[in-house]
Design a protein. Structure first.
Length: 192
């Protein structure tokens, strides 16, 4: 998958698209078994059959055109360099919605994107740490942009951009903008 207007050095340069997959997060970890997997690799899916939320909950991505992707950052830096990274990712997501779509969303710390108390999206941050050093940062992001049908168990606590604002979010545009902004953040942290 080619992301137009990508201004990164590495994040998103290798983007792998799946119409349907078990989990973008699981796919990244499988790819990591091959040491040649490029830094900044993205796995994007239309539908996830076993998307992972926090505390091993299921993240439902069962309709097309919602945002579901994971990415890999290879690093060799002290774990302190990535403190607060999940909140920073959430802030970047809110900035994109504000700047590109004029939508104000909120963060429910540490990793949920909400609107009027209902969950719109989530961030799953995982690492491989050896000693005090982070070797891999793997982040999954799921956002209900077009989702209209919610399971009974979550219909009162979850929502989507389409349901709340009636607008269409271009998945590729959003992911591209995210990569452009997040790469600057991670490089800044690794330099200091």
């Amino acid at each position: 998958m080619l992301l137009k207007n990508l201004k990164t050095n590495f994040l998103g340069k290798n983007a792998i698209y799946y119409k349907q997959i078990d989990s973008t997060q699981n796919r990244i970890w499988k790819l990591l078994k091959n040491e040649n997997t490029p830094n900044g690799t993205l796995v994007i899916a239309d539908i996830q059959t076993k998307g992972i939320g926090t505390h091993d909950r299921i993240w439902y991505t069962d309709e097309e055109n919602n945002i579901a992707f994971s990415f890999l950052i290879k690093m060799d830096c002290n774990i302190k360099k990535i403190e607060g990274i999940t909140i920073k990712i959430a802030q970047i997501i809110l900035e994109i919605f504000r700047n590109l779509y004029h939508i104000e969303l909120q963060i429910k710390a540490p990793n949920d994107i909400v609107y009027n108390g209902k969950k719109l999206g989530g961030i799953l941050t995982q690492t491989k740490v050896i000693g005090e050093n982070v070797k891999y940062l793997v982040v999954g992001i799921g956002i209900n942009t077009q989702k209209e049908n919610f399971n009974m168990e979550i219909q009162d606590i979850a929502t989507s951009i389409k349901k709340e604002f009636g607008i269409y979010i271009d998945t590729k545009e959003f992911i591209t903008e995210f990569c452009n902004r997040f790469e600057k953040e991670i490089l800044k942290r690794m330099e200091n």
